[in-house]
Write a protein that binds this ligand. Structure first.
Ligand code: SAM
Ligand code: SF4
Ligand code: SF4
Length: 355
C-alpha cells in the first residue's frame, strides 16, 4: 500500500490539476458512512417514507472503513484536500474514529470535519473524536424551543441534549463549531433570532441554510424557502451586521459578523444565490457510489471495482474520469426556474449522501 500510495502521489505531482467539464477542480470529499439515523427530520427522512418498513442498506453492502480510506486516498491523488464525514447520522457508525485516524494520516488532507445531529456527542465520544484527529464539528440544531425542535426531529428529542453535545465538544477542545440551521417557512422562522441571541458571544458560528429540494421525499416547495437576504435584514435590524470575505475560494457559506464584535454567522444560499461555478465537492455514499452533485439522480459505483480487485491505478483512472466527465450545475439551472434538469429519474436522498 505504501508503494501504491507514493505512485499516486507521483501522478499528482507530475500532472496538472484535474478539472471537470466546467473547469472546476476537485477539493472536497463528503463521505457518508451510513444511511441510518436516529432522527426523522421531516425535511430529510420523513417518517412516512423512512418508517419501520424502509429497507436500509444491509451491513455487508456498506463500504468498510478501510475501503473508504482507500477511496479517499485516490481522491487525494487528484486534488482532494478537505474531508467531511456525514450520513445519515455518522456517529451511529462503530469505530468511526479509526476512519478519521486513517484520513488524518494522509499528507494531502489538511482539514477533516464531521456533521452530526449532536445526539451521540457524550463527553467521552467528543474526546475520542478529538484524539482521532478530527479538526472541526458541525452540529445541526433547527430551533431552541422543544415544541418546534421535536416537531422537526419527529423523535421527541429535546433541545437541551443537543446543547449538552455542543458543550461536550467545546470541553473536548473543539473550537469554532458550526451550528447548522435549516430554515423553513412556517416551521422555524421564529427560531432564527433565538439562535442568534443564544450563540452570540460564543465561539460557535451559526449557519442558516436555505431549505433545499434534495431527494424526492420531503415535498419541497419554493414557497417554503426563506431567502437568506430576508434573514440578513431581520438579524441586521436587531444586531447590526457587516459582510466579511470568504476564508478560501469555493467556501459555501456567505460570512457576516456582528458590528459589536459578538462573533460571526453564515448563510448558505443554495436556492437564491447558487454557487455551482465554484463547486469543488464530490460525495461518496455509504455503499461506494460517487455523486458529483447534491441533486444527482445517479452515482458512479466504485464498490464493485474495489471488490473485484482493482489496483490503485485503476481506481485512480476511474475517479479521474468521473471528475473529468462532471458537468452538473443544478442550482444555477434551478435559478432559471424553467430549466431545472428533468432527468425523469429520482434524485438521491440527502440521507444517502449527507449535506
Ligand atoms: N445527521 C447529520 C446532521 O443532521 O447533522 C448529518 C447528515 S444531515 C443530512 C447534514 C445536513 O443536511 C444537516 O445540517 C441537515 O439539517 C441538512 N439538511 C437535510 N435536509 C436538508 C434540506 N432539504 N435542505 C437543506 N438542508 C438539509
Ligand atoms: Fe438524520 Fe441529519 Fe437527516 Fe435529521 S438531517 S434525519 S439528523 S440525517
Ligand atoms: Fe455543487 Fe450541484 Fe450544489 Fe451546484 S447544485 S453547488 S454543482 S452540489
Amino acid at each position: 500500500m505504501v508503494a501504491e500510495h507514493s505512485a499516486m502521489s507521483t501522478i499528482i505531482s507530475t500532472g496538472k490539476p484535474i478539472l471537470d467539464n466546467l473547469a472546476r477542480p476537485l477539493r472536497d470529499l463528503r463521505i457518508s458512512v451510513t444511511d441510518r439515523c436516529n432522527f426523522r427530520c421531516v425535511y430529510c427522512m420523513p417518517r412516512e417514507v423512512f418508517g419501520p418498513g424502509y429497507a436500509f442498506v444491509p451491513r455487508e453492502d456498506l463500504l468498510t472503513l478501510e475501503e473508504i480510506a482507500r477511496i479517499a486516498r485516490v481522491f487525494a491523488a487528484i486534488g482532494m484536500r478537505k474531508v467531511r464525514i456525514t450520513g445519515g447520522e455518522p456517529l451511529i457508525r462503530r469505530n468511526l474514529e479509526h476512519l478519521i485516524e486513517m484520513i488524518d494520516a494522509m499528507d494531502e488532507v489538511d482539514d477533516i470535519s464531521l456533521t452530526t445531529n449532536g445526539s451521540m456527542l457524550s463527553p467521552g465520544r467528543a474526546v475520542d473524536l478529538r484524539k482521532s484527529g478530527l479538526k472541526r464539528l458541525t452540529i445541526s440544531l433547527d430551533a431552541l424551543d422543544d415544541p418546534t425542535f421535536k416537531r422537526i426531529n419527529d423523535v421527541d428529542y429535546p433541545v437541551s441534549r443537543v446543547l449538552d453535545g455542543i458543550e461536550h465538544a467545546r470541553a473536548a477542545g473543539f473550537s469554532g463549531t458550526k451550528i447548522n440551521v435549516v430554515v423553513r417557512r412556517g416551521f422555524n422562522q421564529h427560531a432564527v433570532l433565538d439562535l442568534v441571541k443564544h450563540f452570540r458571544h460564543t465561539d460557535c458560528i451559526v449557519r442558516f441554510i436555505e431549505y433545499m429540494d434534495v431527494g424526492e421525499t420531503n415535498g419541497w416547495n419554493l414557497d417554503d424557502v426563506i431567502p437568506a437576504s430576508d434573514l440578513v435584514d431581520e438579524i441586521d435590524a436587531r444586531y447590526p451586521l457587516e459582510a466579511i470575505s470568504q476564508n478560501y475560494p469555493g467556501e459555501v457559506a456567505k460570512r457576516w459578523r456582528y458590528r459589536d464584535g459578538a462573533g460571526e454567522i453564515g448563510f448558505i444560499t443554495s436556492v437564491t444565490q447558487s454557487f455551482c461555478g465554484e463547486c469543488s465537492r464530490a460525495r461518496l455514499s455509504a455503499v461506494g457510489q460517487v455523486y458529483t452533485c447534491l441533486f444527482s439522480s445517479q452515482g458512479h459505483d466504485l464498490r464493485d471495482l474495489l471488490r473485484s480487485g482493482a489496483s490503485d491505478d485503476q481506481l485512480l483512472q476511474a475517479v479521474r474520469e468521473i471528475w473529468q466527465g462532471r458537468n452538473e450545475r443544478y442550482s444555477e439551472l434551478r435559478a432559471t426556474a424553467t430549466s431545472i434538469p428533468a432527468s425523469g429519474q429520482a434524485k438521491v436522498e440527502m440521507s444517502h449522501i449527507g449535506g
